[in-house]
Each structure stands twice: as structure tokens, then as C-alpha cells.
Design a protein around this ligand. Structure first.
Ligand code: PEP
Ligand code: MN
Length: 337
């Protein structure tokens, strides 16, 4: 249920209602809006709870939350969320661009990429140090050494660092070096991992599982939010379909759909979504046109020699051209980029 407070409700009244919600055996999430404060009361529905809360001081109304996800829903928080981490701002009218290699491969590779993408207008650096590879014989990432190189690239360029975390065992280590913890498609429903990142103070980029529904994605986000971490970005990175001309099928309708259902920012990954470098710039521009809050793309100094995902990675000039194109779309639609 959502306890909607009167516009002028006092702090004491809000606290009183939080206490009441908890006395009733429910978990409370206070969302302070510009107009009104609401308290999401989450837990199993019992008889007379609505009536018990409705008569509280400063309460305007008590409404049921219809969506299966609660804290992630726009019913609970109509105002859009902007996730801000250092150089990166994503959501509520701010468009962030996260760019970098699929994997961190060495100092020269990551530093030169960070400098090039920053010069072209990227607002964060991506790079995997722990890589979830389909085959155990493929390059698995540089692990801690890769994290250190990412931190050095941040030092050099000021770009916030986005990197994947694959296991609850690595939470402290990855959080120490990075600004945004990426949960990859393969781990979207690793609920213990979602809870673990929900207990950090790092922002989270949650990628959609290749065969997950929108509701499953939003419920996965709910696991993170429910632990008290509000800084969650959703990422559409394409789903598996019968179609094989692209690596995955990238549904851009996810953007306006999610905008209606959730206040969380939506980031599009046209690199994994298409699997072909030549398709990335156009799909990035289309994502901006669809209202995406962010882009995450793969860029490599020499895609031909990349240790992972070279076939979908852009060169520096290709990334620069993509940014020029996306900016034109953003300008036409009055989007800040
Ligand atoms: C990646 O970002 O390199 C990656 C492995 O992505 P996904 O989890 O979407 O496959
Ligand atoms: Mn990749």
C-alpha cells in the first residue's frame, strides 16, 4: 500500500506513520517528493491495514500498489529518478553515455580509450575486469589488476567507472575500485547478488536477462531497492528471439514502456543488442529518440585485436561519429546531452 501524506504534513507526522507501518508488520520506504511525501508500506496484505493507516495524522489517502514491483513503480514514486555518480548523470532529463571496451586488457588500452571517449563526450567509462564468458576457455578478465587499471583511468580522466560484478564474494573488492556495479544479463536473477549490491553505497546498472520479461527485470530491481539502495539504472541489452541477423533482438519499445511503469532511468546497450559494429550508431540514435536516459557502448582502440566482443566494438572515430549523430537527435528533441 501507499500512504500518501498531505502536502503540508510535518516530519513528525511522517515519522509517526512510518512507525505505524512497521508496527503493522510492514516494511516502510519513505519517498520525499517535491509536492508530497509518500510512504510505501510493503509486505503481506492483512485485513483492516488500510483503515488503520487512513486515520493517521497528516494522511491524505491510502492506496493499493497494483504493480507486482513496489518501490520501483511510478505509482509509489511518480517523479523520475536521476542517478548521479561523479561525472555520470542518468535520468530525469539527463542523458549519460557510458563507453569503453568490453574487457580491460591492459594499461595503454584502457587509458587511451578513456581519454578518447571522454574527448568525444562520454560521461563514464565501462570495462569488464570479471567477464562472464559463455566458454570457460575464453578470456575471463584481468580481475583485480583490471580493476586497478580502471581506477587509474578514472584518476587520469575523471570519468566514473562502470564494471561488472559476478559474485557476492567480490562485492567489497569491486565496490572499492568502481563507481557503478554492473549486474550482467546472466546474473539478473541471481537474487543473493542483487541483495548484496543493494547493501552497498554504489550505484547499480542492472542488465535485462536475455530471456527475462519486463516484470522480471523490474522485480530484480526491486530486490536491490528493497535493501535500501535507490541508485538503480535499468539496461535493455537485447533479448533472445528466433531472429539471427543480430546477436540479440533489441526492443526499443522497452524505453517508453519502462518510462510509464518505473521512475528508474533506462539505459540502452546497442552493442550487445545488435552484435555488429555497423548497426550500433543508428540504434544508439534511435534509443535517444525513444527517450533513453543513457547509452552503454563498446569502444576499443583496435577492435580487430579485442579479447572479447571486438565484432561489436567501435573504433574511436566511429564512437565520435556516433556521438555527433546522437547529439543531433537529442538537440531536435530538446534532450540535454
Ligand atoms: C558486457 O557488458 O560486456 C556484458 C557481458 O553484457 P551482458 O551482461 O549484457 O551480456
Ligand atoms: Mn561485451
Amino acid at each position: 500500500m501507499i500512504v500518501v501524506m498531505e502536502p503540508g504534513a510535518s516530519k513528525e507526522e511522517v515519522q509517526h506513520m512510518v512507525d505505524r507501518v512497521e508496527e503493522l508488520g510492514l516494511k516502510s520506504h519513505v519517498i520525499v517528493g517535491t509536492e508530497q511525501t509518500v510512504i510505501a508500506a510493503i509486505g503481506e496484505k492483512r485485513e483492516h491495514t488500510k483503515e488503520a493507516l487512513e486515520s493517521g495524522p497528516g494522511v491524505s489517502k491510502v492506496l493499493p500498489i497494483l504493480a507486482p514491483y513496489k518501490v520501483a513503480s511510478r505509482e509509489v514514486k511518480p517523479e523520475l529518478t536521476c542517478v548521479k555518480v561523479g561525472s555520470l548523470q542518468v535520468g530525469a532529463g539527463k542523458l549519460g553515455v557510458i563507453a569503453g571496451p568490453c574487457s580491460v586488457e591492459g594499461e595503454e588500452q584502457i587509458i587511451s580509450t578513456a581519454k578518447a571517449v571522454r574527448a568525444a563526450g562520454a560521461t563514464a567509462l565501462r570495462g569488464g575486469a570479471f567477464k562472464p564468458r559463455t566458454s570457460p576457455y575464453s578470456f575471463q578478465g584481468m580481475k583485480e589488476e583490471g580493476l586497478k587499471l580502471l581506477a587509474a583511468a578514472r584518476e587520469e580522466t575523471g570519468l566514473a567507472v562502470v564494471t561488472e560484478i559476478m559474485s557476492t564474494d567480490d562485492v567489497d573488492l569491486v565496490a572499492e575500485y568502481s563507481d557503478v556495479l554492473q549486474i550482467g544479463a546472466r546474473n539478473m536473477q541471481n537474487y543473493r547478488l542483487l541483495e548484496a549490491v543493494g547493501n552497498t553505497d554504489r550505484a547499480v546498472l542492472l542488465k535485462r536477462g536475455a530471456s527475462a520479461t519486463m516484470d522480471e527485470l523490474l522485480l530484480a530491481a526491486e530486490y536491490i531497492l528493497n535493501e535500501g539502495n535507490p541508485n538503480v539504472m535499468l539496461c535493455e541489452r537485447g533479448i533472445r528471439t528466433f531472429e539471427s541477423h543480430t546477436r540479440f533482438t533489441l526492443p526499443l519499445a522497452s524505453v517508453p514502456y519502462l518510462r510509464q511503469k518505473t521512475h528508474l532511468p533506462v539505459v540502452i546497450d546497442p552493442s550487445h543488442g545488435t552484435g555488429h559494429t555497423y548497426l550500433v550508431p543508428d540504434m544508439a540514435a534511435a534509443a535517444v529518440a525513444a527517450g533513453a536516459d543513457g547509452l552503454i557502448v563498446e569502444v576499443h582502440p583496435t577492435p580487430e585485436t579485442a579479447m572479447s566482443d571486438g565484432y561489436q566494438s567501435m573504433t574511436f572515430p566511429q564512437f565520435e561519429a556516433m556521438m555527433v549523430k546522437c547529439r543531433k537527435v537529442a538537440n531536435a528533441l530538446d534532450i540535454e546531452m
